[in-house]
Structures are given as C-alpha cells and as structure tokens.
Design a protein around this ligand. Structure first.
Ligand code: 3PG
Length: 315
C-alpha cells in the first residue's frame, strides 16, 4: 500500500511540474509578443501612460465579458477583499507604468537586463523589511546579479536615466506586488486568473487620473493622428496586440504564481527575460557591445546561482 501511495505522490508531483512548465512556456511566449508590439507602438507613439492604461483597460473589459458570458466564473468578493487588494494594485500600477516609461526611453533589452535583477530586490526586501533570512549562497549570488546589471548599465550605448530608474522602480514595486499577491491568494476562493482580473480593474481606476494628468487626451489625440499617418491602419492592430497580450501574459503568470512561491516566480520571470532580450535585439537591431552582453550574462548566471542557493520551494 505504501508503495502505491508514494507512486501516486510521485506521479502527481511530476504532473504538477509539467503543469508549471506549460504555464511558464506560455507566459514567456506571450510576453515576447507583448514586448515587441509594445515597443513598436512606443516608437511611433511615445505615450507610455496611455499604453499602460489601455493594457489594463483591455484586460478588464476582456474579463468583464468573460464573467458576463460565463466563459469564466465571476469571483465572489467582499469589501475586505478589495481593501486587501488595494496596496497590491498600487504596486502593480507603479511597476507597470515604470517599466513602460522605461521602455519608451531605452531599448527593450536594456529595460529587461535591469529587470533581471528582480530576485536581488526580492531578497533585499524580504531581509530588511520582512526580517526573513536566507542561506549564505543566496546572499553571495547577489554579487553577480547586482554586479552584472551594473556592468550592463554603465556600458549601455544609449543609457538614459529615466529608462534606468523606471526599470529599478518597477523591480521594487513588483517584489511587493508578488509577495502581497501570494498572501492575498493563499487559501482564498479568489485565485489565479480572477485575482489578476480584479487587480487589473483596481489598477485601472488608480492609473486613469494620473495618466490624464501627466499626458492627457490632447497629447494622445495629436500623437494618435501622427502615428496613424506614419504607420497606416496597422497601427491600430499593434495597439490591440500590445494590450491583449499584456493581459494574457499576466493572467498566465498569475495562474503560475498561485502554485509557486514569489521567489520561484521572480526566477521564472528572469529566465523569461532571456527570450525577451534576445528576440528584441534581433527584431529591433539593437546595437550591443561585447562588454555589455557580458554584464547581462553575468547577471542572469547570478540568478541561476540564486535559484540553486534558495532551493526552489513549492515545486
Ligand atoms: C509591464 O508593462 O508591466 C512590463 O512589461 C514589465 O513587466 P514584467 O515584469 O512582467 O516583464
């Protein structure tokens, strides 16, 4: 009987790994598409506050329709749920806008090289704000992560301070978002897909007033006309693609966060950036110097050491 139980357990553990593997692969593929269309849009229409708002609005509308048509079951939420979600939504809004502003100023690859330092932020926030301690190898892995990111940043040909700071702010904001999202989903009825949908809705309401104040309809209308005349009607498809793929990749990432720890999530997210960095360099013909590439490689290798040192949990 014991043998049977352990066989069953091994099988379900293997099935769980396959499931997470499929989530990760889907998340990364959707994210590559989002990044490419988002940058194409930003090159022609440099209004990151608008594209960020549109991404959240599209996701919110997609989910409201899914709930209304019962494609997805609507979550049962109460006031306490939304109250607890508020700080998560603030972090999501800041992290999202900051990354998009960054990508409007620098190459997609540069934003993602800096964002590959997210696990380092995860350790520092957990250590200094939540008082969690980690094994020594985890701390040591921060040296190549931080050093590699720094090397990539100082050797970046098109360095821009707003682009750099945007990616750094996004790192910090998303660490908080992930830790508090995980707490919010644990043992609750609203999980994964619906949790992200509620997050989108609340973030949208938070973002709208700021987007209007910082950019505003006048700038958007003039920019839209200009982009449309330069690119042609396919500009509208680029906008649609960046918005829809933004929602889809985040939805899948939350379906995996539901099953893994925030730490494992950060590592999966850094692995994802390898495909984004490589594909965006090819598509946008981004110039890279060997020393710059070396910095990125060291940072990503550091994340690998980090994952070994932290003994990936929840798998
Ligand atoms: C965003 O707009 O939120 C950015 O693309 C960054 O997101 P990521 O950390 O999920 O890649």
């Amino acid at each position: 009987e014991n043998v049977e139980i352990s066989y069953g357990e091994t099988r379900s553990a293997a099935a769980q790994k396959v499931k997470i593997g499929i989530y990760f692969a889907t998340w990364w593929a959707l994210n590559v598409v989002f990044n490419i269309y988002n940058k194409k849009v930003l090159n022609a229409f440099p209004y990151p506050w608008f594209t960020s708002t549109l991404s959240l609005a599209t996701g919110s509308i997609m989910m409201l329709i899914s709930w209304a048509t019962r494609i997805a079951e609507a979550p049962k939420t109460d006031f306490d749920f939304w109250k607890a979600l508020f700080p998560v939504a603030v972090a999501h809004t800041i992290g999202h806008v900051a990354a998009t502003v960054s990508m409007s100023k620098v190459a997609v690859s540069f934003t993602h090289i800096i964002k590959s330092g997210e696990p380092a932020f995860s350790v520092l926030v957990s250590r200094f704000l939540l008082g969690e301690t980690f094994p020594l190898p985890v701390y040591l892995s921060l040296v190549p992560i931080i050093g590699g990111c720094a090397l990539a940043a100082v050797t970046e040909l098109n360095f821009n301070m707003t682009g750099f700071m945007g990616a750094m702010i996004s790192n910090l904001a998303f660490v908080f978002r992930n830790i508090f999202s995980k707490r919010g989903m644990k043992g609750k009825s609203v999980s994964g897909m619906n949790y992200y949908a509620c997050l989108s809705l609340l973030s949208l309401f938070i973002l709208i007033p700021f987007a209007v104040a910082i950019e505003g309809p006048q700038m958007w209308a003039a920019g839209w006309e200009k982009a449309l005349s330069q690119i042609g009607p396919q500009f509208v498809w680029w906008i649609a693609a960046q918005s829809i793929f933004y929602h889809l990749y985040n939805q899948v990432s939350y379906m995996s966060l539901d099953e893994i720890s925030p730490l494992t999530f950060s590592i999966g997210n850094t692995m994802k950036r390898i495909s984004v960095i490589v594909s965006s360099i090819i598509i946008f013909h981004t110039p890279v110097q060997p020393i710059n590439a070396l910095g990125a490689a060291i940072a990503i290798l550091g994340t690998f050491f980090y994952s070994q040192g932290s003994c990936l949990d929840y798998w």
